[in-house]
Design a protein around this ligand. Structure first.
Ligand code: DGL
Length: 258
């Protein structure tokens, strides 16, 4: 009988963004096996209809389960909003860990902070985020900032290029940058533009993203279900993409200094 503890953790994103979560998982649990699947052929997800994102996410997760994964980490806020509930219902025995924009720690940071949540249009309009926003409505000044093109720019490996700078300059132009206390990176692609965002926004805003929290929570869930790899196991990562031309990008982003 195969020992489920040695099975891989499936990590899924619409494309390359989930690598920002994979890096945190690997730092925390380097003795695990990981199978990363990025659906770059269909990215970006965040501008698509809900049903399409749900179908794509379900198909990707089924693929990871068929490959023998013991748990699924949805390293994608958009896919979590669209499909986490349905996936958990369909696979009650499999831990399925999701992600949502880190609004809670940002809203609780200081006294009534101004919080900008950058995410995909789908994440910002879906019920999951609405409920979160309602919970913290009286704790902060919330500004929703959809940034769908940033996903495409990261998928195209445009970090540091004039194109990416220009996009971010335009995106923030209507906002009073000096009043932003917290910036929530509510899409796993966005940490790859952290340097440019910091340069544009200056030192004032505190940045929040959910990757470290999701990695820690994954460790807790695996531990509680007796699914952690044995301490002496040797970890490894396998990358897969629905667009084989994106495989080098996945490996390159894994070395990106976040
Ligand atoms: N990386 C995904 C997220 O965290 C979404 C990117 C996309 O639009 O495909 O929301």
């Amino acid at each position: 009988m195969t020992d489920l503890r040695s099975a891989p953790i499936g990590v899924f994103d619409s494309g390359a963004g989930g690598i920002s979560v994979l890096k945190r998982l690997w730092a925390l649990m380097p003795n695990e096996q990981y199978l990363y699947f990025g659906d770059s052929a269909n990215a970006p997800y965040g501008t698509r209809p809900l049903e399409t994102i749900r179908d794509l996410t379900v198909a990707a997760v089924e693929h990871l389960l068929d490959a023998g994964c013991k748990a699924i980490v949805l390293a994608c806020n958009t896919a979590t909003s669209a499909a986490a509930a349905e996936l958990r219902e369909a696979h009650p025995d499999v831990p399925i860990i999701g992600l949502e924009p880190a609004l809670k720690p940002a809203a609780l940071f200081g006294d009534h902070p101004t919080v900008v949540v950058m995410a995909t249009p789908l994440t910002l309009r879906e019920a999951k985020f609405q409920a979160l926003a309602d919970r913290f409505a009286d704790r902060c000044e919330l500004i929703r900032l959809p940034a769908p093109e940033l996903v495409t720019l990261v998928e195209q490996n445009k970090m540091g290029t004039p194109e990416l700078w220009a996009y971010l300059e335009d995106l923030f132009a209507p906002l009073d940058k000096d009043s932003i206390d917290c910036l929530v990176l509510g899409c796993t692609h966005f940490p790859f533009a952290r340097r440019e965002l910091r340069a544009i926004l200056g030192s004032r805003p505190v940045f929040f993203d959910g990757a470290v929290g999701e990695a820690k929570y994954t460790a807790v869930v695996l531990e509680s279900r007796g699914l952690r790899a044995p301490d002496n196991a040797v970890g490894a990562i396998r990358f897969e993409s629905s667009d084989p031309e994106k495989l080098p990008l996945l490996e390159q982003l894994f070395s990106f200094d976040l």
